[in-house]
Write a protein that binds this ligand. Structure first.
Ligand code: ZN
Length: 371
């Protein structure tokens, strides 16, 4: 860990919280078997992103029960951004215990909003687990109170204008490019490309989902082979409110069926864990206190199977799913997704139809109060 001092770049963002109150797992990052991947980055601004993500930094005293994940609630903007000191934590933690690798998203103060720094750190972790002969099964979890509130569209660590070494495809760097070209190149790499790459990881993966699993968070859970949710988990893809037909990794009709997918998208409302179980979107629902132990138990039992048998079985099911149209369907919908981004940018102020985390929260609350 290192410390640095900075001013929040965006004038409408409150000062970022001092990161000193993360989870026990995060505090264990110095332990010998826990490695951090990718320190948090510093402020960047962006013209576009995708799914709604959590609010600007809620501040250390903000109550999530009041603001809600991905809701955009935050403290009121400060007249002058304050200079604050941030203790950097790795954005992804990597731990191996026996045959199990545990990959933990570690931006709990932002409800694990996924910026590119986290995306590449996740990729590092998955690549590492894939190449480690001792690892048989991989668990993906989130530190703090939520699995993931989606793509980062509003935290001080937002980094959509930053270049990274691309590895999910051959599209050129989006930074400095204009309009749809920039958006398409970026989202091919960090959203669609990365998610496809992770889905093909030749070892079983389990998403351990608690709290919010919203928009871009869905993509992370869906690329895993199994999803085990706690009874407090909830799922939603509200981006239709931005005029966008779902998140980039458009697996909705395959993970819950076409009719349920339409309801899920048309309403954009939260679906609780039991409903997700009924839809076949998750494998199991367990009490919150038992979630980690249940996932670990499942992983340990899977790990008794032969590695190649597991890899071929995973590929068999994935190939079958592809023959049901998953890959080609996703490619065609990706075009619609970018039509929506481009339309928004053409007729409005930005590619997200002028929405941000806060306006999305307000719209959801207004919708709920009207019923
Ligand atoms: Zn997008």
């Amino acid at each position: 860990m290192t410390e640095r001092t900075f001013r929040p770049a965006a004038p409408d963002l409150p000062p970022v919280a001092t990161v000193n109150d993360t989870t026990a797992l995060a505090r264990a990052a110095d332990a010998t078997r826990v490695a951090g991947i990718g320190p948090q980055t510093q402020p960047a601004r962006a013209e576009h992103a995708t799914a709604p993500a959590p609010a600007p930094a809620p501040g250390p005293t903000a109550s999530e029960s009041e603001s809600g994940p991905g809701d955009g609630a935050g403290s009121e903007p400060e007249p002058e951004p304050a200079v604050v000191t941030v203790t950097e934590m790795p954005v992804v933690l990597y731990e191996v215990a026996g045959a199990i690798a545990r990959v933990t998203m570690n931006r709990p103060e932002f409800r694990n909003a996924q910026n590119s720094k986290m995306t590449y750190a996740l990729d590092d972790a998955f690549y590492r687990a894939a190449g480690d002969p001792a690892v048989k099964v991989i668990i993906l979890a989130g530190a703090g109170r939520h699995f993931s509130a989606g793509h980062d569209i509003g935290t001080p660590g937002r980094d959509v204008d930053r270049s990274f070494d691309r590895r999910a495809g051959l599209w050129w760097d989006h930074v400095g490019e204009l309009g749809a070209e920039s958006r398409f190149a970026r989202e091919q790499e960090v959203y669609l490309g990365m998610c496809r790459r992770w889905r093909e990881l030749p070892k079983p993966t389990i998403a351990q989902v608690h709290g919010a699993c919203i928009a871009g968070g869905l993509m992370l859970a869906w690329v895993c082979d199994l999803i085990v949710a706690s009874d407090d988990a909830f799922f939603a893809d509200p981006v239709v409110r931005m005029g966008i037909p779902g998140v980039e990794y458009f697996a909705h009709p395959w993970v819950m069926g076409p009719r349920a997918a339409k309801e899920f998208l048309f309403l954009g409302e939260r679906v609780d864990a039991q409903r997700a179980l009924q839809l076949g979107m998750v494998n199991r629902v367990v009490p919150r206190a038992e979630l980690a132990a249940e996932v670990t138990s499942i992983a340990e039992r899977i790990a008794t199977m032969p590695r190649l048998g597991l890899a071929l079985t995973k590929k068999a099911v994935n190939q079958s799913e592809d023959l049901m149209g998953l890959q080609t369907g996703m490619d065609s919908v990706f075009g619609l997704h970018h039509l929506a981004h481009a339309h928004n940018a053409e007729v409005g102020s930005d590619s997200l139809a002028g929405q941000d985390a806060r306006s999305m929260r307000d719209a959801r609350r207004a919708s709920e109060s009207s019923t």
